[in-house]
Design a protein around this ligand. Structure first.
Ligand code: 5GP
Length: 114
């Protein structure tokens, strides 16, 4: 799994990226290799490595990530036709970047889950 440096740099804006939304809790930006017409990654501003690290103290961040994903879906005009939200975890889940992230996918009819 690749390390988290890239996503930390995107949050701090020390490397260029296409940020579509940012607040004090999270950052949402376009995936560099989109697999759908709309492919946005939503990440917490504090480092959480993967879904296994969600706990009682930080789980409010996940609620905010889900809420903002719906705001971004509306902004990207994919809300009416629909979209998919995915969080990959570790090897079998297909997680490549060691930094918790939510995929927001839409803009076309998506295929089966796996
Ligand atoms: P995973 O497979 O870990 O769930 O997804 C990682 C995602 O991060 C992939 O869709 C990949 O294209 C995206 N990604 C990897 N490096 C970068 C980067 O430097 N910038 C952006 N915007 N996305 C990246």
């Amino acid at each position: 799994m690749k390390n988290n440096n890239i996503f930390e740099k995107i949050i701090k804006k020390t490397i260029p990226s296409d940020i579509v939304y940012q607040d004090e809790i999270l950052t949402a930006f376009k995936d560099i290799k989109p697999i759908a017409p709309t492919h946005i990654l939503i990440i917490p501003n504090i480092f959480i490595s993967c879904a296994n690290e969600i706990n009682k103290e930080n789980c409010y961040i996940l609620g905010h990530m889900f809420y903002i994903s719906t705001i971004v879906a509306k902004k990207e005009k994919i809300d009416q036709d629909g979209y998919r939200i995915i969080i990959n975890c570790n090897k079998n889940g297909g997680q490549e970047i060691n930094y918790l992230h939510m995929h927001l996918l839409g803009g076309k009819k998506l295929g089966k889950m796996c």
